[in-house]
Design a protein around this ligand. Structure first.
Ligand SMILES: [Zn+2]
Length: 350
């Protein structure tokens, strides 16, 4: 015990005497934050990890210069309220606590955060207010109980790395693709059955880890991503096993026929339909769910033929892996499906 208080006093003395602006109180068997800490208003880094801290005192709000706070491996039950007063924080580490709640009014005020680490807690949801952290570049929520991500994640336009591994996510919001700076996306060991369409928007993505999910294929255009690393083992990706095709007669509904006609006309800058379409918002909404044929590039309204093509990571994406993965493709007709020189496979459903 004598040694413990001596060490803390030593830390205090160094902070007082030197010009240092950081205080290292890691692994000091602390149950609470020592009172003297709040008397250093110039502190920019405060390291308190590997202790048994359960709450933070309100006096900590005097640390208005604090840039980095490490509270990893303590006994916090929620994100402490006093943090909402520390608006200069740029790096916040709260890993390995017992946190199950992230209060919206606390997290939403930390607008200067660049790094937020919430790994190894019991968090079920991130509040929409996370979208206010516009400077956030690294978000890590590894090993929690997240069931979904808020759509507001799309506001994090500086985000370059997100780690969602070991959660309970069954889907990802398409808004995640608005994070155009994203280079690393870890979403392994979740319950994802598909990745949202539009992934090509992540034009800087280098590392994608979706191992241990329930994916059957990758979204349209996946092979256009500039990936260096892909981890996808432990999914139920469709295999290339040819089965006889039952040939259906091609009969399109009137709605589909008209839809295709309108969509084609809408591509022409001076067509009457293109000019008057903005006057019919209901029709616009209906057409918004249309797709484009992977073979003839023609538009269609409802998915007509869902196929996959098999992409060689080495040959088609310049990666080191020898894997071949199925990538989703939508075709407009059997004639496109059967056209020469194409290698699309219909997906057999049991
Ligand atoms: Zn086609």
């Amino acid at each position: 015990m004598a040694y413990r208080s001596l060490t803390i006093r030593g830390a205090k003395a160094r902070a007082l005497n030197g010009k240092r602006t950081s205080l290292n109180l890691n692994s000091k068997k602390l149950n609470s934050v020592p009172e003297f800490v709040s008397r250093f208003p110039n502190l920019s880094a405060l390291l308190l990890c590997n202790n048994s801290i359960t709450v933070l005192p309100t006096q900590l709000q005097s640390l208005q210069q604090l840039v980095e706070l490490n509270l990893g491996n303590n006994a916090l039950k929620e994100v402490p309220v006093v943090l909402s007063r520390l608006e200069s924080l740029r790096k916040l580490y709260l890993y390995s606590n017992n946190i199950d709640v992230v209060p919206p009014d606390v997290i939403g005020r930390l607008r200067n955060l660049v790094v937020l680490n919430l790994n190894h807690n019991n968090i079920q949801r991130l509040p929409p207010e996370i979208g206010r952290l516009r400077k956030l570049q690294h978000l890590s929520v590894l090993d929690n109980k997240l069931e979904e991500l808020p759509d507001e994640i799309g506001y994090l336009t500086e985000l370059s790395e997100i780690n969602l591994t070991f959660n309970e996510l069954s889907w990802l919001p398409q808004q995640l693709y608005q994070c155009r700076e994203l280079k690393t996306l870890h979403a392994a060991r979740n319950r994802l059955t598909s990745l949202p369409e539009g992934i090509t928007a992540l034009s800087k993505l280098r590392v994608l880890d979706v191992a241990g999910n329930m994916l059957s294929m990758f979204p349209v255009g996946f092979h256009l991503l500039p990936l260096n690393e892909l981890y996808c083992e432990g999914n139920g990706l469709v295999q290339c096993k040819p089965v006889p095709l039952l040939h259906n007669t091609e009969i399109l509904s009137l709605k589909e026929l008209v839809g295709r006609f309108v969509l084609l006309e809408d591509r022409k800058k001076f067509s009457l339909i293109h000019l008057i379409l903005p006057l019919y918002p209901d029709l616009r909404n209906l057409l918004a769910s249309s797709s484009c044929c992977s073979v003839c590039q023609g538009p269609f309204l409802t998915t007509w033929l869902e196929c996959v093509h098999f992409i060689s990571l080495k040959k088609d994406m310049n990666m080191r892996s020898l894997l071949t993965v199925p990538v989703r493709a939508l075709l407009c007709s059997y004639s496109c499906f059967r056209s020469d020189g194409r290698s699309y496979y219909g997906v057999a459903t049991k």
